[in-house]
Structures are given as structure tokens and as C-alpha cells.
Write a new protein. Structure first.
Length: 476
């Protein structure tokens, strides 16, 4: 059962099995737990949190504690750092050597041991853990701000002091100019994203940058732009160069252009004439492709090596990136779509066996459908019937090898992956997970397997899509 309640600080207890704490603290007293939290400010940041709490004491509490109430005791399962901070503010004697610090935060006694905190109360550990996992494993489904969002917030709220505010106005205006340049949205986003935004501003928001791009900064931080069309043209070339090239010196951007002289030299060599613009546009056009979900992807290559991709791999708790889109398959392939969607919902770390079994099923169904779309036939036990003197293919590995030898003869990448997977016994291991009582799936193995086999899966899906399109054109 779930209820909302207000509980006094003095009646709330810290949870000794909190994941922030080591096992040797199980069963320790409340004071020992408080001492542990206060002993490492870098790790737990209790004093900093307490300062924020007292600064915002006039605000209604944004986050509630998650409490398990049993036998008259109220144990906080989620929100232990906040509880330590509140307890020490309300009763500084609990803070030991830090008591003077907490006394200084609460001189007017606006927080006492009888102050109530907003709580979600349950008697179910499973329910409490769902809140904990949503907060700490899924980051409460929130997306933190980057530098651009922080700059815009500072400008729109006008909360900063004069120097900081002027700087934020300037950088927000520069970010707005990036939005206007003629490049794909993801490239503009990447230029101002983590890992590149510092290098972006290192060049654009510099004395040589202001001269090259043609802008002056006014007293209020806004920009006086001499020729916006020319600025956007130069900015397009610079952003493209930032994303696709490395400094000729071989150093990182931060080291190669860390002085005004180096920045000046770089900008003076930056080619932004019409020929360069045309070349950029052609490279972008040649690099565009549509993935299996119908999304546009850009992969720019140089000498066979990818130098920029807007579909860079990101680690997800699920095996496949969660998305509302479905594979571009017809009704005959609906089962593939359904299994593919399920793999976007299963957390690999929590359910490695279920993930392995779903992957096995996905591959079995996809391989069968691919071969079927190529006119291959199966017997009543779903064994692939091989014409001539060849023996029928029974196991998944045999069917994949048959596809490699028969249909992927011109795709060295797919053939190489299949050969490597055979040598590492990965497909056999999927079988072991299902049939061997002593064989267990693990997160790392299934992640590694999928990272490799995904190339083959994409090859199969693309083949099915093409076959279904051909069939549709032949039999409209």
C-alpha cells in the first residue's frame, strides 16, 4: 500500500543497507551512520546539501523521501543524504566536529527536530526499490542540461551578476547562430555537446574568433554582427571542421589552439569559399543513409575510416536503444518486430537469461524469415531443406553459416563476423543458456555477442525489407 504522509525529522531513521554504504555498516547505530556520511564530504556532500536546503527553506519540498513503515518505525529507503542533512541542521550536536557549521546554517531555528518532511510511505520493499531504481538507475528519467541550456537559463532569468550575465548573453547568442547554419540538426547539436563545446567556444569566443567571424560584443553581452550571411558561412565550415578533422599537429583541439597566436593561425587557414561549401554539401549528401527504423543517419568516411557519425554508440541499460519506431517490416515479419521491441524493454543487467533467450529467439525468427524471403524451404521441424547433396540445416549456427556461404559472398564484413562468432562458440552458448542447467548467462557476454552479431542482424533485416519491397512491386 502507498500513502503520502508528513513525518517529523526525529521519527525518521536512516537505512543501514543503503547502497551508498559498505557492508560493515549493517546493523550500526544511527549516530555511526551519520558519522560515516559526514566523514567524506567529497563522496557524500552533506554540508553542501545542507547549505542548499537552508538557502531554499522557503520553498515547498520538491522531492519526497521514500519510507518503509513497520512496527512503528519509519526507515528511509530513498533520501538518506537529505535525511542526514536535515537531522544535523535540526540538531547540530549530531554532527560532532561539524556542529558549528550546522549551527551557523540554522541560527533562526527554522528547521527543528519536529519539522515534518514529505514522505511516500509503503510497507513493501519491492515498491521502495522501484523508486530507488527509478532515481539512481534511470536518473529519474531526467535529461541534465548542457552548457548551452545553462547559458540560456542565465539569460532568460537574468539571475547572474553583471560579468557572468554578459558572458552568458554572449554565448547564448553564439549558440543561436549555430542553430541557423545550414547543417544537419545532429551535427549542430554535437558541436555544442559534451566533449566539443569547450573547443567550439575556444575558437569562436576568442579575440581572433570575433575578428574572423565578424562580430563585436556590446556592453550588455549582445552581438553586433557586421555580415550575418558571411558569418554563418564561416561558422558552417568551422563546425564541420571541428566535427570531422583533427589538428594537423596531431594534438588535441584543446592543446593545438590554446593561445591567441595558434587560434589566429588556424582561422587564417580556414577555407570558406564557395568551392569548400560545395564540397561539404556533397560529402554530406554522399554520407546520408536511412537506417532500419527509417531514421536518417550520417556517416562521413575518409580513406575507409569513419571520421564522423551521428549514430555514435551509446550504452543503454537495454540491449537495443529504446525507440518508439519499429523496423520497416511487413506483416509477414511482425514477430521480428515484437521481439525487437521486447529487447528494448528488458534491462540486461537485471535479466541476462531472459535477454539471452530473446536474442536467440530473435535470431531464429529473423534467419528463418530471411531464408524464406529468398525462396528457401523448410521441413515440418523448421529445418532448412538444402537442395542437391547438401544435408539439411538444423541448428541456428548451421543456418547462419549457410547464409554466409550463399547470400553474403560479397559482404566481407558479415562473413568475417560470422566466422569469428563460430570460433568463439557464441551461438552455441545461446543454446547452452536454454538447455544446460549449469550454464548461466551474464551481462558482459550477451552485450559482447550482440555488439558483434548486430552487423549480421542488420544484413538480414535489410535483405527482408528489400525482398518485401520487391514482392510488393511484383504483386501490388
Amino acid at each position: 500500500m502507498l500513502t503520502e504522509n508528513k513525518i517529523q525529522i526525529r521519527d525518521l531513521l536512516l537505512w543501514d543497507e543503503n547502497s551508498r554504504l559498505t557492508n560493515d555498516l549493517f546493523g550500526k547505530s544511527q549516530q555511526e551512520l551519520i558519522d560515516t556520511f559526514l566523514s567524506n564530504e567529497k563522496k557524500f556532500s552533506i554540508k553542501n546539501l545542507a547549505s542548499e536546503i537552508t538557502n531554499d527553506a522557503d520553498l515547498i519540498q520538491l522531492e519526497r523521501l521514500v519510507v518503509i513503515s513497520k512496527d512503528g518505525k519509519h526507515v528511509v529507503y530513498e533520501g538518506n543524504r537529505r535525511l542526514v542533512a536535515y537531522k544535523c541542521i535540526a540538531d547540530p550536536s549530531l554532527a560532532g566536529n561539524f556542529s558549528a557549521f550546522f549551527e551557523g546554517l540554522n541560527v533562526d531555528k527554522h528547521i527543528t527536530t519536529t519539522t515534518t518532511l514529505d514522505c511516500i510511505v509503503t510497507d513493501s520493499i519491492d515498491t521502495a526499490n522501484r523508486y530507488i531504481e527509478r532515481k539512481h538507475l534511470k536518473n529519474n528519467n531526467e535529461k541534465s542540461w548542457g552548457q548551452v541550456e545553462r547559458d540560456r537559463h542565465g539569460v532568460r532569468t537574468k539571475k547572474r551578476g553583471d560579468a557572468n550575465y554578459r558572458q552568458r548573453v554572449k554565448r547564448a547568442a553564439i549558440a543561436d547562430l549555430v542553430d541557423k547554419i545550414d547543417l544537419p540538426y545532429q551535427m549542430k547539436k554535437d558541436a555544442l555537446g559534451e566533449g566539443r563545446v569547450t573547443n567550439f567556444y575556444r575558437i569562436v569566443d576568442s579575440t581572433p574568433g570575433a575578428a574572423f567571424f565578424g562580430y563585436d560584443v556590446l556592453d550588455d553581452g549582445t552581438l553586433d554582427i557586421r555580415n550575418e550571411d558571411l558569418l554563418l558561412k564561416k561558422l558552417k565550415v568551422f563546425v564541420y571542421d571541428l566535427l570531422t578533422n583533427k589538428p594537423s599537429s596531431g594534438e588535441s583541439w584543446s592543446r593545438a589552439y590554446n593561445t591567441i597566436e595558434k587560434q589566429q593561425k588556424y582561422l587564417s587557414a580556414l577555407d570558406f569559399d564557395d568551392t569548400r561549401i560545395e564540397n561539404i554539401n556533397k560529402e554530406l549528401e554522399d554520407s546520408r543513409a536511412t537506417n532500419l527504423l527509417g531514421e536518417e543517419e550520417i556517416e562521413i568516411t575518409q580513406k575507409g575510416k569513419t571520421i564522423y557519425s551521428n549514430s555514435q554508440q551509446k550504452v543503454y541499460p537495454t540491449l537495443i536503444k529504446p525507440t518508439a519506431k519499429r523496423l520497416k517490416l511487413g506483416k509477414q515479419s511482425e514477430k521480428i518486430n515484437e521481439i525487437h521491441k521486447e529487447l528494448q524493454r528488458v534491462i540486461v543487467k537485471d535479466c541476462p537469461t531472459a535477454t539471452s533467450m530473446l536474442v536467440r529467439t530473435l535470431l531464429e525468427v529473423t534467419v528463418h524469415r530471411y531464408l524464406e524471403s529468398r525462396g528457401e524451404r523448410f521441413d515440418g521441424n523448421n529445418n532448412l531443406i538444402v537442395a542437391g547433396n547438401g544435408s539439411n540445416k538444423v541448428q541456428l549456427r548451421e543456418k547462419i553459416n549457410y547464409i554466409s556461404a550463399t547470400y553474403a559472398t560479397n559482404n566481407a564484413n558479415v562473413r568475417g563476423v560470422i566466422s569469428a562468432l563460430n570460433s568463439q562458440l557464441y551461438t552455441q552458448n545461446l543454446n547452452q543458456v536454454v538447455h544446460n542447467i549449469g550454464y548461466f548467462a551474464d551481462e558482459n557476454s550477451i552485450q559482447k555477442f550482440w555488439k558483434n552479431i548486430e552487423v549480421v542482424f542488420n544484413f538480414l533485416i535489410q535483405g527482408i525489407i528489400e525482398a518485401e519491397e520487391n514482392d510488393k512491386n511484383t504483386n501490388p
